[in-house]
Design a protein around this ligand. Structure first.
Ligand SMILES: Cc1ncc(COP(=O)(O)O)c(C=O)c1O
Length: 383
């Protein structure tokens, strides 16, 4: 347990809530979930399920209807055929990541993860007594693993590499060709590639391709982000056929089944009416990004590339502070703005980075930017 770190941002969120309780106004740019309510058609499907009441455990792999609906979604959105039998419904994509690692990682096995990257991955590996190997990444590789890095860091003990595209905390996307090369390297060495596509649907440039085109990859999806359903705790995984039996066994033991009401409600998530609502919200996220990135650059944050997706900006703050952790705490106390310190995402140059989440309307982001500007002016002692 000592190797498993808490999300530091939760401390900040707790402190922000305390300050709010004391009457302070806080601009929340730390929260990694959409501010939009779950779309109405999904709630209505959930209500119908509750009224009907037959909310028993489903199969550990998920309800047959939802697995089929997800397969249809891949066919329409990406024109990729995925057999419903390879789709596993999980409790959030967190459940999917844990199950995927569970069937891959033996004690002592190494798993490559990017640093910075989503912190739970390295903790899942630790929980299984594996060794997460944080690969330092920066602007030169869009803060992502590359085929070259995977090749360099892959050792005899490595069993998998994990990538997220778009990523948390950087919002950057991996080109399909690079992903295919990473998949080939992993396959060549008898290992696995886990591709976390939780932020799919929230990509602002170009057409999005799914890694599910390759039946040998573990592809992770979620209802949390694009579908605005974080609290319903529902996600999925597309796994190579030969792992499904082990995944089923593990899911039965770990949580029996994903929540049945959420699985019913989620059937409405793919209706054209819902998708139209969600695509409209994506445009709102794009407008927020387009406001926030130049505004932060003007304040002195370094953002080498425009993030292509998710709702995060991973910003260099070396010109403003030498300790991003202290900076986030001071910013909260003195300016009433909550952001996430780099330390939550790894150790590589963490003290030089912070993460902004644009999970607030533009007016609120503008208020946050003004407060940060004022905070910087006062701390520099300029008028
Ligand atoms: C990259 C990434 N993967 C997975 C998750 C887990 O999300 P959930 O369990 O809600 O699907 C998150 C949550 O923030 C994330 O950022």
């Amino acid at each position: 347990m000592s190797a498993i770190a808490p999300f530091r941002v939760m401390e900040l969120l707790g402190r922000a809530k305390t300050l709010e309780g004391e009457g302070r106004s806080i601009v929340h740019m730390e929260i990694g979930e959409p501010d939009f309510l779950t779309p109405r058609p999904v709630c209505e499907a959930g209500i119908r399920a509750l009224e009907k009441g037959d909310l028993f455990y489903t199969s550990a792999l998920g309800s047959a209807e939802l697995r089929a609906a997800i397969a249809r979604y891949y066919a329409t959105r990406y024109r990729v055929d995925v057999a419903p039998g390879r789709i596993v419904i999980t409790s959030g994509s967190s459940g999917a990541l844990l199950l995927a690692m569970g069937v891959i990682v033996d004690p002592g096995a190494e798993v490559l993860v990017s640093d910075p990257g989503y912190p739970a991955n390295r903790h899942f590996v630790r929980l299984l007594n594996g060794e997460p190997v944080g690969v330092p990444v920066g602007p030169d590789s869009d803060y992502q693993l590359t085929p070259e890095l995977v090749e360099t860091y892959w050792s005899e003990r490595t069993v998998a590499a994990v990538v997220a595209t778009p990523s948390n905390p950087t919002g950057t996307v991996i080109a399909p060709e690079a992903l295919a090369r990473m998949a080939a390297i992993a396959a060549d060495r008898g290992g696995a590639l886990i591709v976390d596509e939780i932020y799919h649907g929230l990509v602002y440039e170009g057409e999005t391709k799914t890694a599910a085109i390759d039946p040998e990859l573990f592809v992770i999806g979620s209802f949390s982000k694009y579908f605005n359903m974080t609290g319903w705790r529902l996600g999925w995984m597309i796994a190579p056929e030969r792992y499904i039996g082990d995944i089923e066994k593990l899911a039965q033991n770990v949580y029996l089944s994903a929540p049945a009401p959420a699985q019913r409600a989620a059937l409405a998530a793919f209706e054209p009416e819902t998708i139209a609502i969600l695509d409209g919200r994506r445009e709102e996220f794009r407008a927020r990004r387009d406001y926030l990135v130049p505004a932060l650059r003007k304040l002195g944050f370094d953002i080498p590339q425009m993030p292509q997706g998710a709702f995060y900006v991973y910003a260099g703050c070396a010109r403003l502070t030498d300790d991003s952790f202290r900076f986030t705490h001071e910013l909260l106390e003195r300016a009433g703005v909550a952001i996430t310190p780099g330390i939550d995402f790894g150790s590589h140059r963490a003290s030089e980075h912070v993460r902004f989440a644009y999970t607030n309307p533009v007016e609120r982001l503008r208020e946050g930017v003004e407060r940060i500007g004022e905070f910087l002016r006062v701390s520099r002692g300029s008028p």
